[in-house]
Design a protein around this ligand. Structure first.
Ligand code: IPE
Ligand code: IPE
Ligand code: MG
Ligand code: MG
Ligand code: MG
Length: 324
């Protein structure tokens, strides 16, 4: 949970209530597990913050906030299968702790539970929220597909990468904020403005995630460091390094990223050395800053009062400088 959030308590209560309402059957054990091991819970907080900033009733947004967090966790359970990831939030991933089939099925159940949660909101709000969630979910699937397709393609452009992370990550942050606006009955322009804030925040967020994947600390990130390098993910770091590298280093990078069965430690070390040689850490952090600034510019269009603006600014800064 992020600091300085005064939504923490209602969100935690809502999550706990949801978890304790799950049937006592094996299908739901991984659902409770993944939700209980925590995470930052930034998306539901964004949803509640947006509702409050647009002067809505928090109780109308709470089911939508929970739905967004359950959706996010569903996407992580399936993402960890696709990425062959052993760790999540410092704990075993669901497919490692149970098995892949269980992770697929429990993930499916989570996606269905998302709609149960949405339907707990007042009818008019639930209708609009369902439309938005459907649109966002399909984009997330498209983005995840591109992410995997790109593993086997060598000349991915920066434009293709940004489009891929927009879909797999940014639309959900935008969607979480727009859901809060929907719960507050905000008009279309307001909904669009807060969505665009979230979209740019989401791009910054995924760039930072990619940065931490290579340069973070395991004890803080809670995920396998170098996982993207091992899986040949075409992140900003890789694309930028290829762009800046001399011919020899470029060939070396391309060679490492064309193999999947090489010694992982050797590969991760070699690639990180090349990233260091070309200042990739600093360049990526500058890119995170760039998209965070664009996000803040979009925020001004929302015309929030000083207190609410301050809240969003604090959150952007926390995400910008996060190490987890
Ligand atoms: C991880 O999201 C997946 C991405 C889209 C980068 P978070 O970094 O929000 O994960 P948790 O929920 O805090 O663990
Ligand atoms: C995840 O991107 C995006 C979604 C789950 C939709 P990543 O694969 O980079 O997320 P992490 O690093 O595993 O959390
Ligand atoms: Mg992934
Ligand atoms: Mg992953
Ligand atoms: Mg990642």
């Amino acid at each position: 949970m992020l600091q300085n959030s005064f939504f923490s308590q209602s969100l935690l209560n809502g999550l706990n209530q949801f978890i304790s309402s799950l049937p006592d059957k094996s299908l739901y054990k991984p659902v409770a597990y993944i939700l209980e091991i925590g995470g930052k819970r930034i998306r539901p907080q964004l949803c509640l913050m947006s509702c409050k900033a647009f002067n809505g009733k928090i109780e109308n947004a709470l089911p939508l906030a929970l739905a967004v967090e359950v959706f996010h966790n569903f996407s992580l359970v399936h993402d960890d299968i696709m990425d062959n990831a052993p760790l999540r939030r410092g704990m075993q991933t669901v497919h490692e702790k149970w098995n892949t089939n269980t992770a697929i099925l429990s993930g499916d159940a989570m996606l269905i539970l998302v709609y149960d949660l949405i339907n707990q909101a007042p009818q008019e709000i639930a209708y609009k929220a369902t439309k938005l969630i459907n649109q966002v979910s399909l984009e997330v699937c498209e983005g995840q597909m591109s992410d995997m397709d790109f593993e086997a393609i060598n000349n991915i452009s920066l434009f293709q990468y940004i489009e891929m992370i927009r879909q797999k990550t940014a639309v959900l942050l935008g969607g979480a904020l727009q859901l809060g606006a929907i719960a507050a009955n905000a008009n279309e322009n307001q909904q669009k403005a807060i969505y665009n804030f979230g979209l740019n925040l989401g791009l910054a967020f995924q760039l930072k995630d990619d940065l931490l994947d290579a340069f973070g600390e395991l004890s803080k990130v809670g995920k396998q460091i170098g996982g993207d390098i091992i899986a040949n993910k075409k992140t900003f770091l890789y694309i930028k390094a290829l762009e800046l590298a001399n011919e020899v280093d470029k060939a070396s990078l391309e060679n490492w990223f064309s193999q999947k069965t090489v010694n992982n430690t050797e590969k991760v070390n070699a690639v990180i050395n090349l990233f260091n040689k070309y200042n990739i850490k600093e360049i990526t952090q500058n890119e995170v800053d760039k998209y965070s600034k664009i996000a803040i510019e979009n925020l001004s269009i929302c015309n929030f009062n000083t207190d609410n603006n301050q809240l969003f600014n604090t959150l952007v800064n926390e995400l910008l400088f996060r190490n987890a």
